[in-house]
Ligand binder design. Structure first.
Ligand code: F6P
Length: 483
């Protein structure tokens, strides 16, 4: 793996370390585990704007962590308001949940400015700055204005919305201009790049298509939009899957659940994950099948999330009520058809559930990628088990051997759950899982992070002078239209 630039600066909403009751701990999540080794080698700076209540510096790591301290009302208006009350539902197609308020947009700009100021202050000359996600989309252009010498990458980790949806955002043009401050913009799968293409058309921004990439001339430079599918820490999950203690725990889980068929779902409690719809489909299966009533258990691990946002608090109540209803209808003192764990499980605990499960049910209504699908596949030491995956997860574009399902199709979802839960496993299932394991191995999160950074340095080295770009653009057919 190439050694990253010694001048790498990461900008993200979440900090890599958080304070817990047991001291300082590494923050959870695949992104943090992918970026930490890069940062350790580069000895750069990690700037976090403070989505965490208690972000912190960690003196024992060989790089600087700069956790910005923002006034709590600004942080709330940026994180709960503009980011998770507006951009998140917009990108996931939940327009009725979106709320756009001017003071939240101002807070969003203020936080992006603070992040850009910190990056401008800490980045050495000609450093590489990698900005992450929808919470900080204005940072690239703000930073570019402060420090034109920098190489700037940006990754949008969630779906890129349809052009028609983006029109509801009062500051859509500013959002896109902010992102285009980057030299390289990463999206997970080709359908998001196609949607970005439509957005540029809608906004009347001129661009060129180069293969599957988009190139937008910006004065003396260009912004390039490309597909960079993220993955997981494949070896980390695989080694948990081979661990004897994890295997023993998986056996215990299976026996505690009565020795029948086990289904597992793991999600942040987010309306985009389709948890209530999945539970209702499972309820329908229990109504229809005595075999399912006797033998199938669904373990739903629901990580509490964003509870300062009303839509998330309401969702948690709906999930708990639905589980309670199913239990009331189909449970008994000896048997519980659904187990809900409303808490965060660590990787070792999760791996035991992945091993215990005959199938993972990953049925978001919309999801940028969905790494649970990858984790389930990576953890299994042998090519067994089944993955039921929503066609509306980015992962469906890369994990084509999964059992694909449309989570909006209520009967289709119930019958797909019945198939993966009850049909005996065949040679075709094992061939599918073997193919999935190969795909997941090729898409590790380390490869994603180092590949994106290498590409970022390459595209800036290869900068075609702006004048030449403009001439090439003028020579090609008109590709943009006014709004
Ligand atoms: O993948 C999208 C994302 O928002 C990440 O940016 C974030 O780390 C994760 O989901 C969890 O969300 P939050 O940081 O709001 O808990």
């Amino acid at each position: 793996m190439k050694t990253p630039s010694p001048r790498l600066v990461i900008v993200s909403a979440r900090a890599p370390f958080v304070r817990t009751s047991n001291g300082i701990a590494r923050a959870p999540g695949g992104l943090i585990s992918a970026l930490l080794p890069l940062m350790r080698r580069s000895r750069g700076t990690w700037i976090a704007t403070g989505a965490d209540r208690d972000p912190c510096d960690a003196s024992e790591v060989p790089f600087r962590v700069r956790a910005l301290s923002l006034p709590s009302e600004i942080r709330a208006a940026w994180y709960a308001g503009a980011s998770n009350g507006a951009l998140w539902p917009l990108a996931h197609g939940f327009l009725e949940v979106c709320r756009f308020r001017a003071e939240q947009a101002r807070a969003y700009l203020e936080v992006c400015r603070a992040a850009a100021d910190a990056a401008a202050e800490h980045a050495p000359r000609h450093a590489v700055v990698w900005v992450h996600d929808y919470q900080l989309a204005l940072v690239p252009a703000l930073l570019r204005a402060r420090r034109p010498d920098l190489t700037i990458g940006f990754f949008w980790h969630i779906p890129w919305p349809a052009a028609e949806s983006l029109r509801v955002l009062p500051w859509a043009a500013e959002l896109v201009e902010g992102i285009l401050g980057a030299d390289l913009v990463g999206l997970h799968v080709p359908r998001y790049v196609r949607a970005f293409h439509d957005t540029l058309d809608e906004l009347g921004v001129a661009y060129m298509s180069e293969g599957s990439s988009i190139v937008v001339p910006k004065g003396e430079r260009t912004a390039r939009i490309e597909t960079w599918p993220i993955g997981v820490d494949v070896e980390g999950w695989a080694s948990l899957g081979r661990d004897e203690n994890v295997a023993a725990e998986a056996e215990r889980i299976r026996s505690d659940l009565g020795g029948g068929r086990v289904l597992v779902s793991v999600d942040r409690m987010d309306y985009a994950k389709g948890i209530v719809e999945r539970l209702e489909a499972f309820e329908r299966l229990l109504e229809q099948s005595s075999e399912a009533r006797e033998r199938v258990t669904l373990v739903q691990i629901g990580v509490p999330s964003r509870e300062t946002v009303a839509a998330y608090r309401e969702l948690r109540q709906r999930i708990e009520a639905t589980v309670g209803r199913i239990q009331g209808r189909f449970g008994s003192p000896r048997r519980k058809p659904v187990h809900l764990f409303a808490r965060t499980l660590d990787a070792t605990e999760l791996a035991a559930y992945y091993l215990a499960a005959d199938a993972a049910i990953v049925t978001p209504k919309r999801d940028g990628m969905n790494l649970v699908a990858f984790e389930y596949v990576a953890t299994r030491p042998r090519p067994n088990g089944r993955l039921l995956l929503s066609t509306f997860a980015g992962a469906a574009d890369v994990l084509s051997e999964a059992h694909l399902v449309n989570p909006y199709d209520e009967d289709g979802l119930a019958s797909a759950i019945a198939d993966v839960a009850l049909a005996p496993e065949t040679a075709s299932d094992s061939a599918r899982m073997a193919a999935l394991k190969t795909r997941v191995s090729r898409l590790s999160v380390e490869t994603w992070a180092s590949g994106f950074l290498a590409r970022l340095e390459q595209v800036t080295e290869e900068r075609v002078p702006a004048r030449e770009r403009q001439m090439r653009l003028a020579a090609s057919a008109p590709v943009s239209r006014a709004r």
